[in-house]
Design a protein around this ligand. Sequence first.
Ligand code: HMG
Ligand code: MG
Length: 289
Amino acid sequence: MSATPIELVEVGPRDGLQNEVKTIATETKIELVNSLSRCGFRRIETGSFVSPRWVPQMAGSGDVFKRISRHQDIQYSALVPNLIGLEKAIEAGVDEIAIFVSVSEGFSRANLNASIGESLDTISAVIRRARDHDLRTRGYLSCVVACPYDGVTDPKSVAELAKNLISLGCEEISLGDTIGAGTPLTVGRMLEAVLKILPPSQIAGHFHDTGGSAMANILAAIDYGVRMFDTSIAGLGGCPFAPGASGNAATENVHAALSSAGWNTGLDENELQWAARQAKKMVKNSLEK
Ligand code: HMG
Ligand code: MG
């Protein structure tokens, strides 16, 4: 009997690299995405079309999208905060967009310069316009366990906002533990609330590893029926507006742990190791500059 599938969505080129302080050359980013494209992912979050003043590292995303060697089986997606970003994403030829909303007002203000209500108005226009272009929209919810500004998040608020995003037209919701504060207990409580409203098939887990519990949180979410997780090659990253947050769970480690537990990620071990070495070298080089 073949192992049960679990999908890992690679977010390293976006969530991983957005936090790098020193500039990473577009060519280097393209090489990373090309290596990741050989690993067997169905989806790679390749960049973001946000304000270059807010996140300078993502400024070259248009060039990255235009120059990567695309595999026809892979959806190359981008994060988009507003209609300006959507137009740039369409022009760059993205396959899918991701919008992002915070469950907490403090992080919403810090990350988007808008209240939650204002950002919902913006993204509902973005989703409508994306549909006109036959683009699928993924929805991110940030601070689903805790916020660096407002403290502990109420699981009911996560569930309500998740429902709201689905009704606006998001096809799935990625639940972001932005600052990696979650534990299997708190993540479980949050999932129990969300799963009263959405089926596990519409949910992805997005666990940053600040507290060292990302893998344990993935395993806890699997027990709740979640089968899709965002991971970042070599554990790159964090968010510039979430002080102290570290990267997502490292893709190659999650792949290894899940494979040994009998799950099938569909990823190629050797190619993952190659991409992880490349990612580590990129970040090391950028630190040394
Ligand atoms: P603002 O300063 O309020 O923007 O920022 P504005 O609408 O007032 O516009 C100011 C200027 O920015 C204007 O230019 C606009 O044209 C320009 P000017 O007239 O001054 O020359 N502008 C843009 N330029 C390029 N692309 C755009 C864009 N929009 C406006 N899309 C804004 C508001 C939303 C733009 C800003 O706050 C922003 O870009 N925020 C994004 C922050 C970000 O990328 N954070 C990290 C990603 S989220 C994350 O990591 C969490 C996640 O991983 C899940 C988890 O872990 O929880 C997804
Ligand atoms: Mg993140």
